[in-house]
Design a protein around this ligand. Structure first.
Ligand code: IFG
Length: 488
């Protein structure tokens, strides 16, 4: 299979092939890193060495060079492949990291194998100049319904960064489990991160502060911002099992392992509620270098509208007091929001006046319409995994929409970006996570990155087919969707 310079996902902005040029990596190839680019040079060597078996030393006079150009935006890059060598230039290290993902995709698929392959490591010649449409291109992993270990989250990060996804939202708490250790409230994980938690009681699990920090650091080294979510005032049964004083009557509710939603609520009128929330937000914010803390806010059917407003209005200032910008599911937009608050839109209906109102007052919107981005939706009715309340979601449907056209009153300038949530009620393994994620996340990634006017399904599905072998080489499980002509 000949690789064309433009055969990349997400589609690059500008592709100028040079059919007369090509570059082949060999045992003598070295990498030169200009000051400030050493980290990405080391990462590039790390991802090329296993399959090539080459030393790929980072030092002087390398045929592959990394450098910074203040004339480029932070995530933007220029990739120049010539017969004499390869130049990666970017506005900042994040842009160089994006260039590396593009470079990997232009090499033979065997580059993703973990052991040395006898392959000509040839790159097609030409120049790519590329930059993202949106700064927030995210995935979400629900670790509350089914817990996923640090190692599994790292594997997920390694898979999603290949498509220039740069945010990972972790849904850390819900009715069925509490998965982040809070020193001031130790029973949250001791009880609700313990045995019998999760949907169907699938099992214990929680991140110690060291675990969470390990995830944050692994993500940061790959230019992924972790967005922690503490879902409130609904979706709190697990917290109330651990601390009955968080309920109206002080009686611990039974542990829940079913998939019902909307039955639990913190008590807006109790001071203990805000002592709890303040402790949790303070400890989570202190562990999170990224700018956002997500406070949930969804499906609060057991909270009166008035109590919901009281609760959100008292909690939003806590997030900003701890130096973070709040994100909340779009229900939060029924309350007047500070401009720093981000509304995450997830409805399947067309309009949502709260979100449009928030956008009108300068608030940013993160687009996650369930019927287009929820990766826990079944691929087809007979899919064994997933739910279908938002409809089934094939690859073309995940690709065929635009976030700037979704909500009246929410245009390009109001959009922070896009995020593909993966809820885990029906997931039981990392393979289940990856199968629901691939090949649909690349569609959301292209919507988040590539120029809107270049969106083209036939081009995308052709480029996507080349990832079948790449996922096989790295043992990333994926759904072999019949919508794609996978190479045999
Ligand atoms: N809606 C709930 C999730 C999850 C989801 C499954 C949101 C914001 C349905 N809330 O989506 O907890 O149960 O598809």
């Amino acid at each position: 299979m000949t690789r064309e310079l433009g055969d990349v996902i997400p589609a690059p902005g500008e592709v100028r092939p040079d059919a007369a040029a090509f570059f082949t990596l060999d045992a003598g190839t070295a990498i030169s890193a200009a000051p400030g680019t050493e980290h990405v040079a080391a990462y590039l060597a790390d991802v090329l060495r296993p399959a090539t078996g080459f030393d790929l030393p980072v030092g002087d006079n390398g045929a592959i060079t990394l450098s910074l150009d203040a004339g480029l935006a932070a995530e933007a890059y220029r990739l120049e492949i010539a017969t004499g060598g390869v130049r990666l230039t970017a506005g900042a290290s994040a842009g160089l990291f994006n260039a590396v993902q593009t470079l990997r995709q232009l090499l033979p698929a065997e580059i993703y194998t973990g052991t040395p392959q006898q392959v000509a490591w040839t790159l097609p010649g030409g120049t790519i100049v590329d930059a993202p449409r949106f700064g927030y291109r995210g995935a979400m992993l629900d670790v509350a319904r089914h817990f996923f270990t640090v190692a599994e989250v790292k594997a997920f990060i390694d898979a999603i960064v290949q498509f220039k996804i740069n945010h990972l939202h972790l849904h850390l708490t819900d009715d069925q489990g509490w998965r982040i250790e809070i020193d001031a409230w130790p029973k949250l994980t001791a009880i609700s991160g313990g045995d019998g938690t999760g949907v169907d009681g699938v099992g214990p699990g929680f991140y110690t502060k060291a675990d969470y920090t390990e995830i944050v650091e692994y993500a940061a080294a790959r230019f992924v911002t972790i967005v922690p979510e503490i879902d409130m005032p609904g979706h709190v049964n697990a917290a109330q099992v651990a601390y009955p004083e968080l309920t109206a009557d002080g009686v611990a509710p039974p542990q829940r392992t079913d998939v019902e939603v909307g039955y639990s609520s913190l008590v807006a009128g109790k001071d203990e509620t805000y002592a709890f929330v303040a402790d949790v937000l303070r400890e989570v914010a202190a562990l999170t270098p990224g700018p956002y803390v997500h406070i949930g806010g969804d499906e609060a059917q057991a909270t009166t509208a008035e109590d919901y407003r009281t609760f959100i209005e008292r909690v939003l200032p806590l997030v900003t007091a701890y130096g973070k910008s709040p994100i909340g599911w779009h229900e939060m937009a029924t309350v007047d929001l500070p401009p720093s608050a981000v509304t995450q839109y997830w409805r399947i209906e067309a309009a949502d006046d709260g979100t449009a109102r928030a956008a009108a007052t300068g608030g940013k919107v993160l687009m996650s319409p369930a019927d287009r981005t929820y990766l826990d939706m079944k691929y087809t009715e007979d899919s064994p995994l997933g739910l279908d309340w938002a409809g089934v979601l094939g690859v073309e449907k995940a690709y065929g929409w635009d976030p700037a056209e979704r909500l009246p009153g929410v245009g390009e300038e109001s959009l922070l970006g896009v995020e593909a949530p993966l809820w885990s009620e029906t997931l039981r393994s990392l393979d289940d996570v990856l199968t629901m994620t691939f090949p649909r996340l690349p569609a959301i990634a292209e919507i988040g990155w590539s120029p809107r006017e270049t969106r083209d399904w036939e081009s995308f599905r052709r480029r996507l087919a080349a990832f079948g072998p790449r996922w096989q080489h790295q043992s990333v499980a994926y759904h072999p969707s019949p919508e794609i002509a996978w190479p045999t």
